[in-house]
Design a protein around this ligand. Structure first.
Ligand code: ACO
Length: 335
């Protein structure tokens, strides 16, 4: 799917928030848990540390402060939100949705609220969906949260996955604006690559049994090399597709926010796209891959450090389980 903003319709991000748990898990500590080393993790991934949720913290506990911050920054009341989408693969539970739980806790009685699953691309998918509902006139003001508590579905005995991921959440308020805003979106999915990154059990294909638990099938499993090849390819192709659709070039981009999975994947895309490194937002070194939390966390950091100025062209691209990918191009505008 690819498209540009409908004529005359402008919506943008008017508030951003983020939250990460306090607990820091360093590479040195990980090296005491599995057969790995600080050097290996830094060289292959660029990750130095990640945040880990407390045992009692579920996804909604991470999203709530992020959403409250986004609402405060936008200067709007929770009750004015009529659509809440939570992008995640680690909801509080299968049902009810974390969206419905949060809408109740935060006081959004008029909001349609639900969860959306698109792996690490979840935030991009949710952004497009919320924008589309606003453009269609169905929603007046939407809130999109993206977050994951991947530590709860990691196999902490598997060094090929557990070193890569972390916990975190981010949220944005989408509102109509007078200038700028989203210019276009691209989304894609290739389900044939699904088995490259998946959690085999716990769904209707393989319900939970004592055997599935014993066989560690409720943990994420990944073919790292195949996902690496996929990620490097789509990070570039999706960005180029949306730029072309919007009649822009990579030189027009002021801020580039790629999914934070691995510094090598980001470096590859930066090289292929030919974008200067000072335009690239990178925080994977401190948070690891937070899946649906990754892009909004990076966006919140970029905003907090003054890197997002009115009129800037901002490019975001995510990719992940599905396999899925998605890009958004926008002219930064908060009014
Ligand atoms: N510590 C030490 N050694 C390790 C570790 C570890 N944590 N993990 C794997 N190794 C070993 C392997 O066993 C292998 O040993 P062998 O040669 O004796 O068999 C060796 O290191 C090399 O393994 P590779 O898999 O070839 O290492 P590679 O350079 O490909 O890096 C990595 C592995 C980091 C997982 C890489 O493939 C990658 O980043 N893939 C993408 C993963 C990813 O980002 N997934 C999520 C993106 S999509 C989304 O966000 C959902």
């Amino acid at each position: 799917m690819i498209g540009t903003a409908p004529n005359g319709f402008r919506a943008s991000i008017t508030g951003i928030g983020s939250y990460v748990p306090d607990r820091v898990l360093t590479n040195a500590e990980l090296s005491t848990m599995v057969d790995t080393s600080d050097e290996w993790i830094i060289e292959r991934t660029g990750i130095r540390e990640r945040r880990i949720a407390a045992p009692e913290q579920a996804l909604s506990d991470l999203c709530r402060p992020a959403i409250e911050q986004a609402l405060a920054q936008a200067g709007v009341e929770p009750a004015s939100i009529d659509l809440l989408i939570v992008a995640t693969v680690t909801p509080d539970m299968s049902f009810p949705s974390t969206g419905a739980i949060l809408a109740d806790e935060l006081g959004m009685p008029d909001a349609g609220a639900y969860d959306l699953s698109a792996g690490c691309t979840g935030f991009m998918y949710a952004l497009v969906q919320a924008y589309g509902m606003m453009a269609a006139g169905l929603s007046q003001r939407a809130l999109v949260a993206g977050g994951d508590v991947l530590s709860k579905i990691m196999d902490w005995t598997d060094r090929t996955t557990c070193v890569l991921f972390g916990d975190g959440a981010g949220a944005v308020v989408l509102d109509r604006v007078d200038r700028g805003g989203f210019l276009g979106f691209e989304l894609g999915a290739d389900g044939s690559g699904g088995p490259q990154l998946y959690m085999p059990a716990g769904g209707s294909r393989m319900p939970a049994t004592a055997e599935t638990v014993a066989e560690r099938k409720h943990f994420a499993q990944m073919n790292g090399r195949e996902v690496f090849k996929f990620a490097t390819r789509v990070l570039v192709s999706s960005a180029l597709a949306i730029l072309e659709k919007c009649g822009r070039s990579i030189d027009d981009v002021d801020v580039y926010i790629p999914h934070q999975a691995n510094v090598r994947i980001i470096d590859h895309a930066v090289g292929k796209l030919g974008i200067s490194t000072d335009k690239v937002v990178v925080n994977v070194d401190r948070f690891g891959n937070t899946s649906s939390g990754s892009i909004p966390l990076a966006l919140a950091e970029a905003d907090a450090s003054g890197r997002l100025r009115e009129g800037d062209i901002v490019l975001m691209t995510g990719m992940g389980a599905g396999l899925t990918w998605g890009s958004a191009l926008m002219e930064w505008s908060s009014k």
